[in-house]
Ligand binder design. Structure first.
Ligand SMILES: Nc1ncnc2c1ncn2[C@@H]1O[C@H](COP(=O)(O)OP(=O)(O)O)[C@@H](O)[C@H]1O
Ligand SMILES: N[C@@H](CCOP(=O)(O)O)C(=O)O
Length: 315
């Protein structure tokens, strides 16, 4: 997908005059964006990314700015938004809210190595370890309450077998989490798929796309990570990647007994969350822009894999 709102070099040059970042050398549209318009901006001083926000709900942008600032100040490899000369990060450009970020190095892994799984597990453990002190407020918009509300919206589009599975799994999981004690919480990424990470070899260059970021259950974040990073093409789960990831995670943030108790159901709940969100994009809440939809089936396979084979417990 190309950008939704094109910009020319004059517009960006005068935009950059608000900042202390040098003068424009090169402007390039980023083809891979799915929700926003993204540009690589290079000046005589630095490499940056400019994002124009195309979706509604921009009143939540200050939360994302605060969260990224917080994480960047704790030396995590995330793009802390660049502020203008008056200290303001959030701007307007071409009638869209706009943010300028440092451009982080690397590319997203397709088949992560165990060493990359160790790195990303360590990143998430460190992020969670510090993030219980983050005081921003935004609840998890894709938790079990959301799952429960969305199930009836997609059922009409499923086969009889899939309807039965979604109803059975959905009710069991939502029931379990509705009656759960409070799980440890803090700032979480909420969508740390491989395509939101950048690696140079086995070194983590950075983590991007925090727009599902919120204050939520730490093991929700970890389960999203495991489901995307540790499944193979045929939907089976790779124990080598999994062990590398969770062992690195618990070295940074030890988990509690309650988290261990809920872990396997959290893996299932988050698989169901993506089966649902991908179905919604195709059948119910089609985006304003034409996108190539991601396959919902992948997450049904992961969900079934969790019911068929229990991964090892959290250390
Ligand atoms: N800070 C960054 N550093 C390097 N590349 C980035 C950065 N932010 C975004 N990108 C690149 O831009 C692409 C689209 O950005 P993303 O925030 O994921 O947009 P969208 O929300 O539209 O999917 C990413 O896949 C990545 O290649
Ligand atoms: N990583 C997700 C896309 C983002 O999820 P959403 O619920 O914010 O649409 C995926 O691969 O489906």
């Amino acid at each position: 997908m190309a950008v939704f709102t094109p910009l020319n070099a004059d517009q960006v040059s005068s935009f950059l005059e608000r900042y202390d970042v040098g003068t424009l050398d090169k402007l390039a549209e980023v083809a891979g964006g799915t929700e926003n318009s993204t540009f690589f901006v290079t000046t005589d001083q630095q490499r940056m990314v400019l994002t124009l926000f195309e979706q509604g709900g921009t009143d939540e942008l200050p939360f994302f700015v605060d969260m990224l600032d917080f994480l960047a100040h704790h030396n995590l490899p995330v793009p802390g938004p660049i502020a203008d000369r008056s200290g303001q990060a959030l701007q307007t450009l071409a009638d869209r809210p706009a943010l300028l970020f440092p451009r982080l190095p690397g590319s997203s892994p397709e088949a992560p190595t165990p060493a990359q799984c160790t790195e990303i597990g360590r990143f998430m453990g460190r992020m969670h370890q510090i993030s219980h002190t983050f005081d921003g407020q935004r609840g998890n918009q894709r938790d079990h309450h959301w799952v429960e509300r969305q199930i009836p919206r997609v059922l009409p589009f499923l086969s009889t077998d899939e309807q039965a599975l979604m109803t059975r799994y959905g009710h069991a999981l939502c029931d379990r989490f509705s009656n759960a004690p409070a799980l440890p919480q803090g700032a979480i990424h909420g969508d740390l798929f491989r395509d939101n990470s950048l690696f140079e070899g086995d070194h983590l260059g950075g983590v991007i796309d925090f727009y599902n970021g919120c204050v939520g259950d730490f093991i929700y974040d970890l389960a999203v990570l495991v489901n995307d990073w540790c499944h193979t093409e045929d939907g089976t789960l790779d124990e080598v990647r999994y062990s590398a990831m969770i062992n690195a995670y618990v070295q940074e943030r030890p988990v509690t007994d309650t988290e261990r108790d809920y872990w396997h159901d959290m893996l299932k709940l988050t698989a169901l969350r993506y089966w649902l969100s991908r179905l919604l994009v195709i059948h119910v809440d089609q985006p304003a822009f034409q996108l190539t939809p991601k396959p919902p089936r992948q997450f049904l396979d992961i969900l079934n894999a969790h019911y068929a084979t229990r991964l090892s417990d959290l250390p």
